[in-house]
Design a protein around this ligand. Sequence first.
Ligand code: THU
Length: 131
Amino acid sequence: MNVTDKELIEKATEAMHNAYAPYSNFPVGACLLSADGRTFTGCNVENASLGATNCAERTAVFKAISEGVRDFVAIAVVAEKGMAWPCAICRQVLNEFAPNIRVIVAYQDHVEEAPLSELLPHAFGPKDLNK
Ligand code: THU
């Protein structure tokens, strides 16, 4: 069964409720869709050092990778307080595995999407090391 964008957004919203964001008070949730139809959710996990904070998107990617899944087609990102396009570090991490992934960002009833290749033009990735 095909997973719809609406389902991805719903799962990302559920994950957002698990966010650990006491410093920014900016909860974020993500839901990554793999090519075989599996979904992996993530939330932001902040840290008192601030620098050790992990974004929702990377949490979802790392969960999938750690379960042996590397082929991704879409990711939905939801934040409590506004549209949250993935940060540059998350764009780079997504590019490692899925340079053309669809990035869907939702806030309340507003949904936008863009291919990662548009969000991270001229990306440096695995292809550049295999010359
Ligand atoms: N954050 C995410 O988890 N994903 C985004 O797309 C943008 C930012 C988190 C990091 C930090 O915990 C909080 O939002 C504020 O930057």
